[in-house]
Design a protein around this ligand. Structure first.
Ligand code: C2E
Ligand code: MG
Ligand code: MG
Length: 377
């Protein structure tokens, strides 16, 4: 937030000021390092846990004190994770990972506090940590793939576009589900390089689809991308590189994106639209910000979440909600794509209501590009 709002220069000054405060004059045998972005490591040699806690409390209160730069006054809080070597088998790496786990716990508790690592924390986070490391290797080795799920026009059942979906293949031929790794990638920020990889692949394939000039490629975006990079710049440079027309690109984001930093996101979305891309709200109806924002949102399409689709014949409330969403969207000149259609009854229900697009296993499952290409030719 500081880099984005006050500039990198202030961000850097602040990092230096924080580092200064970490130098604890009451300790002599200490090493301090900047680990990444806004993370520091303080290494206390031969220190008891009690002593670590005393130091942590001292550091927390020191970080809480006001930072001043010229006219600016800034207040920060820190979250501290403490870990201790356990007998002979501890490596530096494990020590850092454990401290990281404990730090996440401190953040979960609202921050401005410390947590001491315990083995029970480890079990819960072990899987996530393992995935995070594995994902890093996979990103560097470029081993992610993209599958494409076609969606059809409701009035003709013809393919009008496809959604690009990340796939992480494993050595045994299975895939780790995006439902699992996207969430971790968002927490760790790895979603930013990962999304670029996915976009490159999706754009490269889109460029090969020549005959269907209206075919739209839809790519999922994550909130982290809005915080960390200029999406419009990225999209337009990749579109140029792969020679794809911008009007054939659609970007999907969930409602939760709107909650965090609405103004910045609005601006960015409006920019994407100005250069010709379409914007869709994904999983529409599952967040809570929708109604108030809908009128102002620079979006073209609402994608009705499969939770609603799949319960229209079991839960009367779902029908009511779907009808309301659809008539509201039409009143605001927005198109609807319905997700998760698995039966002809569901398809018919949404066709009757005049939805533009239908997506789901009834029509097509996500597939490799070759298969999509065959369908289109
Ligand atoms: P999503 O964007 O809502 O994508 C639709 C998900 O619903 C896909 O799961 C798709 O396989 C599944 N689906 C489609 N039709 C049906 C159906 O008829 N029945 C059922 N049961 N499921 C259906 P997938 O591929 O596992 O992706 C899960 C989520 O992961 C996506 O939800 C999206 O939020 C995220 N994701 C996937 N790829 C990316 C990516 O490249 N970037 C980002 N930021 N997120 C991604
Ligand atoms: Mg999506
Ligand atoms: Mg969805």
């Amino acid at each position: 937030a500081i880099n984005d709002n006050l500039g990198i220069n202030i961000g850097n000054q602040l990092l230096r000021a924080v580092a200064e405060r970490l130098k604890d004059k009451q300790l002599d045998d200490v090493e301090i390092a900047r680990f990444s972005g806004d993370e520091f490591i303080v290494f206390l040699r031969y220190s008891s846990i009690d002593n670590c806690i005393t130091v942590a409390e001292r550091l927390l209160s020191r970080i809480r004190e006001k930072f001043s730069f010229d006219e600016l006054e800034l207040y920060l809080t820190a979250s501290i994770g403490i870990s201790q070597p356990k007998l002979e088998q501890t490596t530096a790496e494990l020590l850092i990972q454990n401290a990281d786990v404990a730090m996440s716990k401190a953040k979960e508790r609202g921050g401005n506090t410390f947590q001491v690592f315990t083995e029970s924390m480890g079990v819960k986070y072990e899987h996530a940590l393992h995935l995070r490391n594995k994902m890093q290797t996979a990103i560097e080795a470029d081993s992610f793939e993209v599958y494409f799920q076609p969606y059809v026009a409701a009035n003709s059942n013809k393919i009008i576009g496809a959604e690009a979906l990340a796939r992480w293949p494993q050595a045994d031929g299975s895939f780790i589900s995006p439902a699992e790794f996207i969430a971790i990638a968002e927490q760790t920020g790895q979603i930013v390089p990962l999304s670029t990889l996915i976009m490159r692949k999706a754009f490269a394939q889109l460029a090969k689809i020549q005959h269907n000039s209206d075919f739209v490629m839809s790519v999922n975006l994550s909130v982290k991308q809005f915080q960390r990079e200029n999406i419009t710049q990225l999209v337009s440079s990749l579109a140029t590189e792969f020679n794809v027309p911008l009007h054939r690109l659609q970007f999907e984001l969930t409602e939760s994106v709107m909650v965090d930093d609405a103004q910045q996101v609005f601006t960015e979305l409006a920019e994407l639209r100005t250069i010709g891309c379409q914007i869709a709200i994904d999983d529409f109806g599952t967040g809570f910000s929708s109604l108030a924002y809908l009128n102002k949102l620079p979006v073209d399409v609402l994608k009705i979440d499969r939770e609603f689709t799949q319960s229209i014949y079991t839960d009367p409330a779902s029908q009511t909600i779907c009808k309301a969403i659809i008539s509201m969207a039409h009143g605001l000149n927005k198109h609807i794509i319905v997700e998760g259609i698995e039966t002809t009854e569901q398809a018919d229900f949404f066709k009757r209501l005049g939805c533009m697009g239908l997506q789901g296993f009834l029509f097509y499952k996500p597939m490799p590009f070759k298969q999509l290409d065959n369908l289109l030719n």
